[in-house]
Design a protein. Structure first.
Ligand code: TEU
Length: 534
């Protein structure tokens, strides 16, 4: 028997923007509970919740100040238990997003590490180092969010390492007591009944103890970088992506499995894509992982999918997690379709997500085909938006509240939303789409049901069929079932020679139109079609 998570579909709830039950403008856990019928109705296998712990919210929950609790804006621990029980009663798994590579600078561990000085009991729980003789940072490491990855603390006369904001000090996973404290967080929530975790920046637990400088990215490769800020000017070989990081991941997986064989832990790996495969194999590391390769792709060319699976092919036993959209990147339809993103494109991209090999992650609103929201500078809440203004406005444009019903705040809150609802989402609310049999939402439900009913789409290997750009074609095959999946990436109709598909059965679930005549198939603009092979 395959584990439940292999080929499962998980719905990513960005809690603060999902549904506000309390009228304070912030989404909350009772709000997720109130909308559980909606989530169940999608046909997904489970949810993963963005970080729920108390946090000063410098990075919106990715800076945790208390791993045992629930953020007051979101409710109390009892609200979490109620949500967990209700989800389990419906057969839905619940996973938490655990951020264990760094903490908030307000976490008591960090406060003690700072105030206890260089000889205190928690002195080495974080990555502290003396400045260079000239007073500058200990080495050249750059933060993902720009500038040096070190902050000076007069109290200790030392720098501490932070890979993200300076309010997110890196926990020292080389220190046994700190490591055990972090692993105990997993025990706590597993014993409370959660089914597993999404692990934030899972490639970064270990740093090089000698603090070796990172090498630069060669100048001629820099133009290919998607994330054009300073952090990407160097290869993060010594602050993250260390081969021995797999040992930590392995310890995490074993800890998770010690609470039951059906618990699941997958990692988010942003850099060094090839590593993800090595970090998550049946023998070692996490159960699964995903990278930013497809999340950062912006050109609707078949190459981004092919390249991703080519990289994965080096690790044939790695089971991937697939994500095209999340709370860090522009929403899929806008990323690939710009301002002219069409409903057809939204459906095709959703079909692609659900047809690919892996455990699929749907980001809330992706099932509605929501475009990116445009916000003014004074509406932004993400610190990254401000840092790089006006470069793409940061990450708030994909974090605006879910549109539930037409009317004030699109039904998200009775109060003032923490981030404005998007004017781009008018007409795309859940209520309106539920009334329209041709909506993106109606298609999403069919697509999830198709995958659920098909062992090939859930568990099959993926073999590409050699078709010319802009058509992506592959076959998923498992235990006697074979489904060919075809996608027209262009906004013009296409005819494709496909003698290998002659005699196949064109399935009713499809986006756009498809017409199979002997050995050739016609696809309408942005069509997605599925054929059962004899
Ligand atoms: O993201 C990891 C990460 O690498 C991102 O910072 C990514 O490079 C960037 O957002 C691209 O747009 C995770 C979380 O998903 C993110 O929200 C957090 O800010 C970050 O970790 C720090 O915890």
């Amino acid at each position: 028997m395959e584990p439940w998570w292999k080929g499962a579909v998980l719905y990513h709830v960005y809690v603060r923007s999902f549904f506000d039950s309390g009228g304070d403008g912030h989404g909350d856990l009772p709000g997720v509970l109130a909308k559980l019928d909606y989530i169940e109705g999608l046909g997904v296998d489970g949810i993963w919740l963005s970080p729920i712990h108390p946090s000063p919210n410098r990075d919106w929950g990715y800076d945790v100040a208390d791993y045992a609790g629930v953020q007051a804006d979101y409710g109390a621990l009892e609200d979490f238990q109620r949500l967990l029980d209700a989800a389990h009663a419906r057969g839905l798994k619940v996973l938490l997003d655990e951020v264990l590579s760094h903490t908030s600078d307000e976490h008591p561990w960090f406060v003690e590490s700072l105030t206890g000085g260089q000889t205190g009991p928690k002195a080495d729980w974080y990555v502290w180092a003396d400045p260079k003789d000239d007073g500058t940072a200990p080495n050249n490491w750059l933060s993902v969010f720009g500038g040096p990855a070190w902050a000076y603390q007069p109290k200790r006369r030392q720098h501490y390492h932070h890979k993200f904001l300076r309010q997110q000090p890196k926990l020292n996973w080389r220190e046994p007591a700190a490591r055990e404290a972090a692993l105990s967080v997993l025990d706590l929530w597993l014993s409370r009944g959660v089914d597993g975790f999404r692990l934030d920046v899972a490639g970064t637990f270990l740093h090089d103890a000698a603090l070796t400088d990172n090498p630069p990215v060669p100048v001629d490769e820099r133009t290919r970088l998607h994330w054009s800020h300073a952090g990407n000017l160097q290869r993060h070989l010594h602050d993250s992506n260390l081969p021995e990081n797999v040992g930590v991941l392995d310890a995490i997986r074993r800890r998770v499995e010690s609470h039951g064989p059906d618990r699941f832990v997958f990692g988010e790996f942003s850099e060094e894509e090839a590593r993800c495969g090595a970090y998550c194999t049946p023998e070692e590391g996490l159960h699964s992982g995903y990278t930013f390769v497809m999340l950062l792709a912006r050109k609707l060319e078949t190459a981004f999918v092919r390249e991703h699976y080519r990289t994965l092919a080096d690790h044939p036993f790695h089971w991937p997690t697939i994500s095209l959209s999340n709370h860090d990147v522009p929403r899929t339809v806008s990323r690939f379709g710009g301002k002219d993103a069409s409903p057809e494109l939204a459906k095709m991209l959703f079909a692609l997500l659900l047809a690919l090999k892996g455990t699929a992650l749907i980001y809330q609103g992706e099932e509605l085909g929501l475009p990116q929201a445009s916000l003014a500078r004074d509406q932004l809440r993400d610190p990254v938006g401000d840092l790089y203004w006006p470069y793409d406005g940061g990450r708030d444009g994909c974090r605006t509240p879910m549109p539930w019903t037409p009317g004030p705040n699109l039904g998200f809150t009775d109060g003032t939303p923490w981030l404005p609802t998007a004017r781009e989402h008018a007409g795309l609310t859940v209520a309106e789409q539920e009334r329209d049999p041709d909506s993106a939402l109606a298609f999403a439900r069919q697509m999830i049901a198709l995958r659920k009913a098909s062992p090939a789409l859930r568990l099959g290997e993926l073999e590409f069929l050699e078709k010319d750009e802009p058509v992506l074609a592959f076959v998923r095959r498992h235990e006697g079932e074979a489904i060919a999946c075809l996608f027209n990436f262009s906004d013009a109709p296409r005819f494709v020679d496909a003698p290998e598909l002659a005699g196949a059965e064109l399935l009713a679930v499809r986006a756009g139109d498809a017409d199979l005549r002997g050995g050739s198939i016609g696809l309408s603009p942005h069509a997605a079609a599925f054929l059962r092979l004899a």
